[in-house]
Design a protein around this ligand. Structure first.
Ligand code: BTN
Length: 239
């Protein structure tokens, strides 16, 4: 896949979306510095050399079901960075945690394209070093972790070199098989499994994820499959 590195941009997701709108093919765009990076739920993700920030841009068939894609991306990143599976956990639907604190996040955005296609952008941000005090990353309101705690020699370029082929392989499989093959892998790293949580304003106990990547919320009177990129999941003890 073509790769492009920018010294600075607003957001690698914005760059990737514009590339797809212009008729571009598969691309990985990374940046040393983002001045208007964004996370889910309208949160800011500005970043500098202390983070790896990149986006994969892909034109895909419009009918492809993207349910669970952010979870499959999370599993792939976690398996590359922590193959033993002991330190990195995943918090539905898009957060990477290291030793119990947020290490990074995933933001998937789409754009309609001509010819039965949809442009899919998978943005990934991973902290390499602790955030400077002035950093505006509201996505980390409740604390953050840094990859160099796990791998002191980790660099942005080296980490991207390790992640890119694994993500490409995952995407080829996902296009054929959907999320189901990653359901067990997600369960092994599921941060909130059997914990009291709140999704939006709904309290319950998290019972893992379905084969479509929905969070299964046990409300006491039944198990509700919850989906949607704009839902926030909070651990009850972190309320
Ligand atoms: C979140 O934690 O809410 C998701 C954060 C996603 C941040 C990445 S950094 C690379 C890409 N460009 C962006 O503007 N956002 C994503």
């Amino acid at each position: 896949m073509e790769r492009r590195h920018l010294a600075e941009c607003g957001s690698t997701n914005t760059e990737a979306l514009a590339h797809l709108r212009d008729g571009g093919g598969p691309l990985i765009v990374s940046a040393s510095r983002q001045t208007a990076g964004r996370g889910r739920l309208g949160r800011a993700w500005q970043s500098d050399d202390a983070a790896l920030t990149f986006s994969l841009a892909l034109p895909l068939p419009a009918e492809l079901d993207l349910s669970g894609l952010s979870l499959a991306v999370g599993c792939t990143v976690a398996d590359v960075l922590d193959p033993a599976g002991t330190r990195i956990q995943l918090k539905w639907p898009n957060d990477l945690f290291l030793d119990g604190a947020k290490l990074g996040g995933i933001l998937i955005e789409t754009v309609p394209l001509p010819g039965q296609l949809r442009g899919v952008v998978i943005g990934i941000g991973i902290n390499l070093a602790p955030l400077p005090p002035e950093a505006d990353r509201s996505a980390f309101a409740s604390g953050h972790a840094a990859l160099r705690t796990l791998d002191p020699a980790a660099t942005a370029a080296g980490t991207l070199d390790r992640l890119a082929p694994a993500l490409q392989a995952m995407l080829a499989d996902f296009a054929n098989l959907g999320f189901t093959p990653w359901q067990a892998a997600f369960a092994r790293r599921d941060l909130t499994l059997n914990q009291r949580v709140r999704i939006g304003d709904k309290p319950g106990i998290a019972r893992g994820v379905s084969g479509r990547g929905e969070l299964l919320l046990d409300t006491g009177t039944g198990v509700l499959p919850m989906s949607g990129g704009e839902l926030s999941l909070r651990l009850e003890n972190a309320l």
